[in-house]
Design a binder for this molecule. Structure first.
Ligand code: ADP
Ligand code: S3P
Ligand code: MG
Length: 185
């Protein structure tokens, strides 16, 4: 069953938004879109050179990154066909987004992954710029997660808890069923 509205995945860094979003899109045969990739594409157009989102964050600083992110997301909210959208981890806390921009994107899903699972993934991939400068990156990540939690809760029409480390394909299977069940209510 293909959802009637776009499905929008939110959650802390490395909860699996991008990986699971791709798997859901493939399952439903709809386009996949990642706001970090959209931001990279917009940066490339404006600056006539390409850069990854971590480098863009370093170059523009937090405020510049969030302003560009908000512009990209506001543009996406203008419509389009049904698709799966993975948000960047900080989108729900972006102060530059238009009111209702996220709600207009589609059906909000919060991938509520335990920090104890997410943080080792972050260490494996290397600290992102927003943690790299901290004397205690794990405590800083914990603080950011705590601060964002009510925003994820408010955003989500469907909170989806992920309690254990499982292959992404297994999680995607359960997630797809949970979303499909919501739609058939
Ligand atoms: N279910 C999973 N089990 C183990 N590793 C995963 C799982 N889902 C994602 N990962 C890994 O975690 C890292 C972050 O995943 P990603 O999908 O980019 O997360 P996000 O977009 O939420 O930051 C990647 O290295 C990815 O391969
Ligand atoms: O949590 C954050 O503030 C960020 C998360 C990243 O996305 P992912 O959550 O997809 O890694 C990316 O948007 C940027 O580095 C900022
Ligand atoms: Mg991602």
């Amino acid at each position: 069953m293909v959802p009637a509205r776009s499905v929008v995945l939110a959650g802390i860094k490395h909860c699996g938004k991008t990986t699971l979003g791709r798997l859901l899109a493939r399952r439903w045969g709809v386009p996949f879109l990642d706001t970090d990739a959209e931001l990279e594409a917009e940066f490339a157009v404006r600056h006539k050179r390409s850069a990854g989102f971590r480098d863009i964050y370093r170059e523009l600083g937090e405020e510049g990154f969030r302003r560009l992110e908000a512009e990209v997301i506001d543009a996406l909210a203008d419509g389009g066909s049904v698709r799966v959208i993975a948000l960047g981890g900080g989108v729900v806390a972006n102060p530059f987004l238009s009111p209702d921009a996220l709600r207009k994107l589609g059906f909000g899903v919060w991938l509520d992954l335990k920090l104890e699972i997410a943080y080792p993934r972050i260490l494996r991939r290397g600290l992102p710029p927003f943690l790299a400068g901290s004397a205690d990156p794990e405590a800083e990540f914990r603080r950011i997660c705590r601060e964002r939690e009510p925003k994820f809760r408010a955003f989500a029409e469907l909170p989806f808890g992920i309690e254990t480390e499982e292959p992404a394909e297994t999680v995607a299977e359960r997630l797809a069923s949970a979303i499909e069940k919501e739609y058939s209510k």
